[in-house]
Design a protein around this ligand. Sequence first.
Ligand SMILES: O=P(O)(O)O[C@@H]1C[C@H](O)[C@@H](CO)O1
Length: 329
Amino acid sequence: MAPINVDVVNDSKVAPTAKKALPEVETDSNGQEHKRYSYETLVETANFLLSKTSVRPTIGVICGSGMGSYWNEGSLAETITDAQCVPYEEIPNFPVSTVEGHHGRLVFGHLGDVPVVAMQGRFHYYEGYPLWKCCLPVRVMKLLGVQTLIATNAAGGLNPNYKIGDIMIVKDHINMMGFAGNNPLHGPNDERFGPRFPPMNKAYRFEYRKIAKEVAKELNIENIVKEGVYTCLGGPNFETVAELNMLKMVGVDAVGMSTVHEVITARHCDMNVFAMSLITNECVTSYDLDAEANHEEVLDVGRMRQDILRKFVKQLADRFAKAKANENP
Ligand SMILES: O=P(O)(O)O[C@@H]1C[C@H](O)[C@@H](CO)O1
């Protein structure tokens, strides 16, 4: 793939009026400066990555907590063959991962025959990054040629039918942080990424959810695969009993601290999205229970389910790639 030309998007020349670069530096309400990433800046990042790897990914995977850890021999990210790894510290304009269970590198390679790039470590709002910065890798993936995003996460199960170790296909989300005006698309819009007002009612592609249920049957894991609604809170604390009961009331099946903003960013730039939550703990919705959520349990359940997750994601990548090829014969 030749270096990316900033004047051309999806093979059409960009109208000069659409080329509004974002301000490079923004100051938040605490007076802290955040360098914004313009389209041009992210093209530089993408071109750097294209020069580092021969892989031209069509699917991007985000590994959730405990699903891409360096100590996890055989974790999701380690399923990738012919892996070429680029640590986040070496990537221009990239943040760094600070959470245990998030290694902090991009892994380029193949899942079966499908060229992929995986984030072995994601960025969370609670690490101190604004939402748009948490989602920067999604836009970089788009510039690299990724058409489909598979986002995985660890989440607490609110639906009483869910058990620890279940996998929830995300059918929809509730953007709780968005209710308070915190959105990755907040700020000036650059049309080269996508429209000012993107729809979000079909965020999680129906066809891919259907494929995932078929694959679950084929792998004989249909008993642990569910489908439901995810929400993201800012974290880093786990939720109170009252908060969890409120979320349950409004129809949330699983709660976590990521994914929603990544999905919004991916849909904004017209990527197909599939997401799934590994239910790592049961949410404590009664004052009579003594249990408390903790990150170690989250990581342990990721480790416990790594074989199944690997097989599942590998099959999904294969089937999504085939579905995409059938779309554009
Ligand atoms: O990156 P994900 O969303 O998988 O991580 C979840 C949310 C928190 O970062 C962490 C809590 O244990 O797991």
